[in-house]
Write a protein that binds this ligand. Sequence first.
Ligand SMILES: NC(=O)C1=CN([C@@H]2O[C@H](COP(=O)(O)OP(=O)(O)OC[C@H]3O[C@@H](n4cnc5c(N)ncnc54)[C@H](OP(=O)(O)O)[C@@H]3O)[C@@H](O)[C@H]2O)C=CC1
Ligand SMILES: O=C(CO)COP(=O)(O)O
Length: 339
Amino acid sequence: MEKVSVFGAGSWGTALSYVLAQNGHDLLLWTHRQEQADEINAHTNKRYLKDTRLPESLKATSDLALAVNHGDILVMAVPTKAIREVCQDIKKVLDRKVLFVHVSKGIEPDSLKRISEMIREEIPEQWIEDVVVLSGPSHAEEVVQEHPTTVTAACENTAAANRIQDLFMNHYFRVYTNTDVIGVEIGGALKNIIALAVGITDGLGFGDNAKAAIMTRGLAEIARLGVKMGATPLTFSGLTGVGDLIVTCTSVHSRNWRAGNMLGKGKSLDEVLEEMGMVVEGIRTTKAAYQLSEAYDVPMPITAALYSVLFDDVSTDEAVGKLMGRMKKNEMEDLINLL
Ligand SMILES: NC(=O)C1=CN([C@@H]2O[C@H](COP(=O)(O)OP(=O)(O)OC[C@H]3O[C@@H](n4cnc5c(N)ncnc54)[C@H](OP(=O)(O)O)[C@@H]3O)[C@@H](O)[C@H]2O)C=CC1
Ligand SMILES: O=C(CO)COP(=O)(O)O
């Protein structure tokens, strides 16, 4: 049994706490809202997981110091834009080495940092045993129904990845390991952009041909950038690459797909965000990925088209027209450029 604290009691932090509590670990879930801690201690979190009865052993607190002092493993499950703020609060209390795990999917615009890099920037090195990324095709709503789910624990330190594999693994939650932290973080973050784009094409009334086109060419541009950043190409054919792309682009649970779908149906970005009430990571990540494509000089046409819709007021019809009218290409140009 491990002592674990999870920070962030939205859909994913709560679902992972469900798994950890069921696995018999000594778990404390931190939320920044006392009324939410009270609700979780009464075994529900209806805003995020409306039909789920949480295990009796899943305890929550809004006392951050209590949560920091409780865990030998600290799991960061807040949206990307809150990672630095929560780390800064954790740093004020932390006085010993702990293993960090993060489960969020995003890249910070402007700094262009991945989440593991942000954690390492905010927490003093002396208190970090290591940082493990847990990512893969996994909607919270299905995890708490105990439907079979597979994810990856990534860390260059295989002992740390193995420890997190053991922590989460059970009969419905299967965890693989990988040493390619860059590939796992880039795949997990950038698939949200492609899910937004697929949502748009579905909202526009296009069919499965368009969906397959965006998913396949989307994966090509994610891998093109990731490899240039130092990722292993094979990671993009794994759970955190094509696996997470499939789940996010085809599931009704996906907030990114749903947000894109509303955009495709003509709603404004503000209207969409108001209606969602949950994080849509792909929007900020589109900005970051667009900046990364410029910084690394990597063509990312789908990302650029989505960026123009979200931030430059280009209509979805015009963006589709531009993508379809690009100059002729060899499908294997990335491979050809490598040889
Ligand atoms: N949902 C899923 O199935 C999966 C999500 N993820 C990733 O996990 C991360 C979290 O997503 P998810 O749980 O779904 O998001 P939700 O929108 O469901 O919940 C976000 C949670 O974070 C809290 N929060 C926001 N800002 C702060 C802050 N500054 N300090 C403390 N708490 C804060 C929110 O609090 P409040 O309620 O007060 O707004 C809420 O509890 C994202 O990066 C997402 O991509 C990864 C895999 C699966
Ligand atoms: O990352 C996820 C599934 O693997 C969740 O995706 P959404 O944020 O689009 O719901």
